[in-house]
Design a binder for this molecule. Structure first.
Ligand code: DX5
Ligand code: ZN
Length: 231
């Protein structure tokens, strides 16, 4: 597995050609596939459920990184696990019994992810950092792809990186929202190890393969990329 993970978010895909677009991601070297689940309550938008996860599972070998932007996620975890999710990430804002929820995700055979909105203090994660397989920093308010990156997210990534290192924790540190060739190097430098990208992959003007290549280049050479024009 690559030391730094690229996870295209299918929320920005053309759903009339979802199979082809996922195949393009896989052949271009994506590491995971990010699936955004929204309920119209926790976030203003409604997107996809276990049915889409199950369909993705049938057409790709990429691990499915499922981001649950839903209230009462514990009621749906089993369905997503059965559908083939590899990682299940829940929001601290939706989980009054966070330890129990993360343990439950592990008992279903999935990697347990935890995330928080840009307006939620980083300290909300602290009690469970030792339990998480993946920590996701939202760098936009969740609900839509194509939003502008919130620059304060970089300091939040640094802060969480320090806390994970102090614990000796090996969790992935993932960032989601407005990640592109301009923002990615700063996040990598701050200590992020996994990058979700919707628009920067699926809406890249020269196509999905070129979008993935552009992000891979800045992952490989973050210093040189600082001079490159933004995507
Ligand atoms: C936002 C979602 C993101 C989104 C990212 O609520 O969680 O995964 O699809 O899209 P971009 O990369 O276009 O900001
Ligand atoms: Zn997401």
């Amino acid at each position: 597995m690559n030391s730094h993970i690229l996870a295209p978010s299918i929320l920005a895909a053309d759903f009339t050609r979802l199979g082809e677009e996922i195949a393009a991601c896989e052949s271009a070297g994506a590491d995971w596939l990010h699936v955004d689940v929204m309920d119209g309550h926790f976030v203003p938008n409604i997107s996809m459920g276990p049915f889409i996860v199950e369909a993705c599972k049938r057409i790709t070998k990429l691990p499915l990184d499922v981001h649950l932007m839903i209230e009462k996620p514990e009621q749906h975890l089993e369905a997503f696990a059965k559908a083939g999710a590899n990682h299940l990430t829940v929001h601290v804002e939706t989980c009054p019994h966070l330890h129990r929820t993360l343990q439950y995700i592990k008992s279903l055979g999935c990697k347990a992810g935890v995330t928080l909105n840009p307006g939620t203090p980083v300290g909300a994660l602290e009690p469970v950092l030792h339990l998480a397989d993946l920590v996701l920093v939202m760098s936009v308010n969740p609900g839509f792809s194509g939003q502008t990156f919130i620059p304060e997210s970089i300091a939040r990534v640094k802060d969480i990186r320090k806390k994970l290192d102090a614990l000796g924790a090996s969790a992935w540190l993932e960032v989601d929202g407005g990640v592109n060739a301009e923002t990615l190097p700063k996040l990598r430098e701050a200590g992020a190890t996994a990058f979700v990208a919707g628009n920067a992959v699926f809406k890249y003007p020269q196509g999905i393969e070129a979008g993935i290549k552009a992000l891979r280049n800045v992952i490989a050479r973050p210093e040189g990329a600082k001079q490159s024009p933004p995507v």
